[in-house]
Ligand binder design. Structure first.
Ligand code: HEC
Ligand code: HEC
Length: 257
């Protein structure tokens, strides 16, 4: 999809802006303000399939990117508009919460974490920095606008399960907790093993020696303690069986020794 700052469309905008400006200058008494406005109208028309993205501040833009990178969008829907699972609310009401209330929810999680059949709001305090949480709060309180290029990784479904699983590993934010290539190393200081486990290596593949075991733990997640301990989210009802199989196929390609 073409974005306003793609080199191609950027030069188109430049040319259009120049044309509008020159045309305006001929008409007499026209200034940059109007030329910019003319160019902007054309950009909006070119991306008419998307909700209009007005200019947002850097913290709201960063929050929009965090919302995608930490997979908030995979549970709460694009722009937090819901529709993924009846157990995950849209965030339109949450945009009215105070910054302090939102911080507690994001830091500590929310919901019935003991029921492995339902998703809950994960504990993010150990994973997402204060700075990033502030940006997420700014984004939610700005009513979760569309921000160009804040879009999740595309998942090809016709290139085999492993490719699909590798893309899902990014799209669903597994990478933020289990590291690139499932190498682990993300601290979880108050948990029994003090770290979020890797999804690779001899010990992992010894414990998870069948596809079913890997699928079951992704589906049910786990609750290993209270915040600030980070637990494995429950993905049942969020990820389909096909997506679970793809994640398993990808994980099985990771380093064993
Ligand atoms: C695994 C799915 C999942 C992910 C990922 C997730 N959430 Fe949630 N979230 C939930 C569920 C489920 C609830 C509802 C909990 C309840 O009230 O029982 C919730 C609730 C919330 C609420 C409170 C909504 C309200 O109206 O009370 C906020 C705010 C929120 N999430 C923000 C986020 C942000 C920001 C992220 C990303 C950093 C995120 N969520 C990622 C599942 C998820
Ligand atoms: C918020 C951080 C977080 C995210 C996001 C997350 N996990 Fe986990 N995951 C954990 C923690 C913590 C554990 C350890 C749970 C325990 O010890 O009970 C775990 C455990 C696991 C295990 C079992 C490993 C073991 O040795 O116990 C698998 C498999 C797994 N996760 C896969 C995934 C996949 C696939 C995704 C993405 C769809 C994902 N995880 C997303 C935190 C996370």
């Amino acid at each position: 999809m073409r974005r306003p700052w793609d080199p191609e469309s950027a030069s188109a905008v430049f040319v259009l802006a120049a044309l509008v400006f020159v045309g305006g200058a001929f008409a007499g008494g026209v200034f940059l303000g109007r030329a910019t406005k003319g160019a902007r109208t054309i950009v909006t028309a070119a991306t008419a399939t998307q909700p209009a993205a007005s200019r947002v501040s850097p913290d709201v833009a960063q929050g929009a990117h965090d919302f995608v990178n930490f997979a908030c969008a995979q549970c709460h829907g694009p722009n937090g508009r819901g529709g993924v699972s009846p157990d995950v609310p849209a965030l339109s009401a949450a945009s009215k919460l105070t910054a302090a209330e939102l911080r507690v929810i994001i830091d500590h999680g929310l919901g019935e974490s003991a029921n492995p059949k339902k998703p809950y709001m994960p504990v993010w305090g150990g994973i997402i920095s204060d700075h990033q949480i502030n940006d997420l709060i700014a984004y939610i309180r700005a009513d979760l606008p569309t921000v160009p290029a804040a879009t999740p990784v595309q998942v090809p479904t016709d290139q085999g399960l492993q490719v699909e699983g590798q893309a899902l590993y990014q799209r669903y934010g597994c990478v933020n907790c289990h590291g690139p290539n499932g190498l682990g190393g993300v601290p979880n200081p108050l948990s029994p093993d003090k770290t979020i486990p890797p999804l690779s290596g001899a010990a992992f593949f010894k414990e998870f020696d069948t596809d079913q075991k890997i699928m079951d733990v992704i589906r049910s997640g786990s609750v290993i303690g209270r915040p600030p301990i980070v637990s494995m989210p429950h993905w049942g009802g969020i990820l389909s069986d096909q997506q679970l199989r793809a994640l398993v196929a990808y994980i099985k390609t990771l380093k064993r020794g």
